[in-house]
Design a protein around this ligand. Structure first.
Ligand SMILES: Cc1cc2nc3c(=O)[nH]c(=O)nc-3n(C[C@H](O)[C@H](O)[C@H](O)COP(=O)(O)OP(=O)(O)OC[C@H]3O[C@@H](n4cnc5c(N)ncnc54)[C@H](O)[C@@H]3O)c2cc1C
Length: 225
């Protein structure tokens, strides 16, 4: 895939879920595979983003990321605003000058681990974003929530950041009108595109991880323009 992106001149980086590379079986094996992929991406001038999965693999995921980051500058991680641990993680990532995607979090987590209220999660998202941008981290602001996009624009303006210091990120096919509005406002915007032959198994797995997605998809399909 990295070779195809390179030879076709696409402006695209690659996101990877570490459990797809054996994280739950052998962390060292997973690290070695990632080392190979990030190294290959580096040679081609590309960038690898590590998706963040459910709370049971967060520590392992961040450990692999930290090790890769010691050696490479073309690798980023992701954090979830709904996690109670997030502000501590922000401190660690600031110290590493990490490149981060900030999202709300998609997996169903128990209340002792994750904030549950919509307003609480949004406040935690805005606080994390403010701290990361203020500390000089590059942030992929991954949301379709209009209020958070408003918050992000406010913070960007307040700090006088130019568009190379952050980007917005959205999922393919979600709220394309908002996508165009963000783009027209002069921000950079990246679209997350699930890619591969096993799209049905992937979609079913995502639905099992969070049945709320089915509601979103139905709403989007029925939306009258
Ligand atoms: C680029 C990108 C990468 C992501 N990577 C991760 C990751 O690594 N780990 C992780 O846990 N989560 C990830 N997510 C998912 C994220 O954590 C949220 O669960 C998801 O984006 C919904 O939250 P929201 O901020 O859009 O706000 P919400 O309040 O949940 O949604 C706002 C509105 O957007 C629409 N919407 C949101 N999601 C969908 C959807 N799937 N289909 C149709 N409409 C939708 C709905 O209309 C909804 O009302 C990612 C999201 C994006 C955009």
């Amino acid at each position: 895939m990295l070779e195809a992106i390179h030879s076709n001149g696409l402006e695209s980086n690659v996101s990877i879920k570490l459990t797809m590379l054996g994280l739950l079986i052998d962390e060292e094996f997973c690290f070695q595979r990632m080392h190979e992929i990030v190294g290959d991406a580096k040679k081609r001038g590309n960038f690898i983003r590590i998706d963040i999965e459910d709370s049971s693999v967060a520590d392992k995921t961040f450990r692999v990321y930290r090790r890769l980051r010691e050696e490479f500058d073309n690798v980023g991680a992701a954090i979830q605003a709904y996690m109670r641990r997030t502000q501590d993680d922000v401190g660690d990532f600031l110290a590493m000058n990490a490149n981060l995607r900030l999202c709300k979090g998609i997996y169903v987590e128990p209340r002792r681990i994750a904030w549950k209220g919509h307003h609480t999660i949004n406040a935690n998202f805005a606080l994390a974003l403010r701290r990361l941008l203020e500390g000089g981290c590059y942030v992929g602001i991954a949301t379709h929530d209009e209020h958070l996009i408003w918050e992000a624009e406010r913070i960007v303006r307040e700090f006088g950041l130019d568009r190379t210091k952050y980007e917005f990120q959205m999922l393919l096919g979600v709220d394309e009108e908002l996508r165009d509005i963000i783009h027209a406002a002069g921000h950079r915007l990246r679209i997350y595109v699930p890619f591969g032959k096993h799209w049905y198994a992937y979609s079913m797995r995502r639905l099992r991880e969070n049945p709320k997605i089915a509601g979103y998809a139905a709403k989007a399909a029925l939306r009258i323009k």
